[in-house]
Design a protein around this ligand. Structure first.
Ligand SMILES: Nc1ncnc2c1ncn2[C@@H]1O[C@H](COP(=O)(O)OP(=O)(O)OP(=O)(O)O)[C@@H](O)[C@H]1O
Ligand SMILES: [Mg+2]
Length: 243
């Protein structure tokens, strides 16, 4: 495990939730620059809530979130985006009445002054060629897999320093799931820092270098994915007997 001192993202003692209840109890989480880190755990464990707190969509009730050494616990979502975080939320968050190209433009909006937008457009549509073919198409008419690719591409348009993906395989056909994980792996190998939430533990543990198991708002296990794959809890509960 890392010390957290030099991590790109460093969460300490985080507590957060909705209404009167806490969902996340006391979580520490680190993502080093260049790493892909996954969060796995059952439905309702608090994985999405945790990354919403990282992105500033849910307020921290205790603890801290540091990004690149800076305490951002009190910062708004747009400030965190500007600092280089990009979240692809559960359900993708696309502007479904806009075209593929317009959605991609929105992704670059926050950093439009610094970016060469045509070059970014070229880069992301090379990564997802289907988006180039469908540039003019309205997002609502894309397939589930195409929408997920668009959501990831839109996040990449801002050249994020940390890409946060919430369930990228959800609602996507199996062949497309494989393609999406291949792209996540390629992005990681090209140096993008990624925090990945996934129900598909098998895939997540293959593409990430480290992972955390979240259950009932707490981290019950964490470490190198090679070790997690061998742990009895992960094998029995998350990978099934065939692992
Ligand atoms: N906006 C909300 N208001 C109130 N409770 C919420 C809200 N969003 C989530 N919760 C509750 O918080 C808990 C954790 O939900 P969360 O979405 O973080 O889990 P998750 O681990 O992402 O689950 P899944 O794998 O199903 O996506 C659940 O009990 C859920 O019902
Ligand atoms: Mg979730």
């Amino acid at each position: 495990m890392t010390s957290g001192g030099g991590a790109l993202l460093s969460v300490r003692g985080l507590r957060c939730g909705y209404g009167r209840g806490d969902v996340i109890q006391d979580i520490d989480l680190d993502v080093e620059a260049g790493e892909t880190v996954c969060l796995i755990g059952p439905n309702g464990a608090g994985k999405s809530t945790l990354i919403k707190a990282v992105a500033g969509l849910v307020r921290a009730r205790a603890g801290s979130v540091r990004f690149d050494g800076r305490d951002i616990t009190a910062e708004r979502t747009d400030q965190r985006v500007e600092a280089g975080m990009a979240l692809v939320p559960e359900g993708r968050g696309l502007l479904t009445t806009l075209t593929v190209e317009e959605n991609l433009m929105m992704g670059a909006y926050v950093r439009r002054k610094e970016l060469d937008i045509p070059a970014e457009m070229e880069r992301v549509t090379t990564l997802f060629p289907v988006l180039r073919e469908r540039r003019e198409q309205v997002a609502s008419t894309l397939s589930g897999g195409e929408q997920q690719q668009l959501a990831i591409a839109r996040a990449l348009m801002s050249r994020p320093r940390l890409l946060i993906l919430d369930e990228p395989s959800f609602g996507v056909a199996p062949l497309v799931v494989a393609a999406i994980f291949r792209t996540i792996r390629e992005l990681g190998e090209a140096g993008t820092t990624i925090l990945l939430v996934e129900q598909n533990a098998r895939m997540a543990l293959r593409v990430a270098q480290r992972g955390y198991v979240i259950e009932s708002g707490r981290c019950v296990l964490g470490g190198a994915t090679a070790e997690l794959r061998e742990s009895p809890i992960v094998r029995d509960v998350y990978l099934g007997a065939a692992a």
